[in-house]
Design a protein around this ligand. Structure first.
Ligand SMILES: C[S@@+](CC[C@H](N)C(=O)[O-])C[C@H]1O[C@@H](n2cnc3c(N)ncnc32)[C@H](O)[C@@H]1O
Length: 257
């Protein structure tokens, strides 16, 4: 198993630059949502949940700053457990849950989800919001988290995949045919998929997000000139990542049961 720092940095597109780990809370300070789309996730849960919302137990793996769990709990009143490896993200999530008056519904903890999934049980819904391949490929991921689900529970995966006719290869993404084959091998199926449109609004948001990252990295370069190359590499990786999101990937939300 790779180190926790490597897992986090890779999931945030820093790949093997583990020196970035302590700087990620600073670089991402302007973000609450760090990838997944809470609005689409709430809609899908409202559509697919088979019991009253206040009885639902939701597990949000790699929850970041809790943007999905907090907005979900606030919208429907379910209970959520969010786990993330970055302690500053969890501190932010706890503060935000109080601010949004859902701290009685949301629990956030610092942990390594690759280990925590072995000890968690009886969740109705598991959310994997833009965590890439933290838990391995789709087969490894579903096999690892299936045991955390209740009978008739379902999984939501919010992530990008590579179109069938593309030659692109990416460390955090596969083609849909491969994802579906892995799902089936792990004993689950795709029940519904929502594709996120790359419209002008999304492009404007990506451009704003990229500027935040670029500006925070510039500030860090001034403060730590000896680490210039790691921050410059991060900005350049992020630029490629946003270009891939807009031009290469299909960004989707999958419901798997
Ligand atoms: C792209 S962010 C998505 C955050 C959140 N789901 C959202 O959409 O706002 C990926 C998250 O996975 C977390 N992560 C990566 N590896 C992890 C691990 N092994 N255990 C716990 N969290 C991890 C990172 O710290 C980061 O917050």
């Amino acid at each position: 198993m790779t180190s926790l720092e490597e897992s986090v940095v890779s999931a945030l597109d820093g790949y093997n630059q583990t020196e970035l780990f302590p700087f990620l809370p600073y670089i991402l300070q302007d973000f609450w949502e760090i990838g997944a789309d809470p609005v689409e996730i709430i809609k899908m849960i409202q559509k697919h949940a088979k019991k009253p919302a206040h009885e639902l137990r939701v597990l949000d793996l790699g929850c970041g700053k809790g943007a999905v769990s907090i907005q979900l709990a606030s919208a429907i009143g379910c209970s959520c457990l969010g786990i993330d490896a970055v302690k500053e993200f969890i501190a932010f999530a706890n503060k935000k849950a109080v601010e949004r008056k859902v701290s009685h519904l949301c629990t956030f903890e610092v942990g390594d989800i690759r280990l925590r999934v072995n000890t968690l049980h009886k969740f109705d819904i598991i959310i994997l919001g833009a965590i890439g391949s933290v838990l391995g490929n789709t087969f490894d991921t579903i096999s690892a988290i299936k045991r955390c689900l209740k009978h008739k529970g379902f999984i939501l995966i919010d992530d990008g995949y590579i179109p069938e006719n593309s030659n692109l290869s990416h460390p955090n993404a596969s083609k849909k045919s491969e994802i579906l084959a892995h799902m089936e091998k792990a004993g689950m199926q795709l029940k519904e998929e929502a594709i996120c449109q790359n419209d002008d609004e999304a492009a404007a948001m990506h451009s704003k997000e990229f500027s935040h990252i670029e500006n925070r990295c510039k500030e860090l370069i001034e403060e730590y000139p000896d680490k210039r190359s790691i921050f410059e590499n991060y900005v350049s990786n992020q630029k490629k990542e946003y270009e891939a999101i807009e031009n290469d990937f299909i960004n989707s939300l999958m419901v798997i049961a």
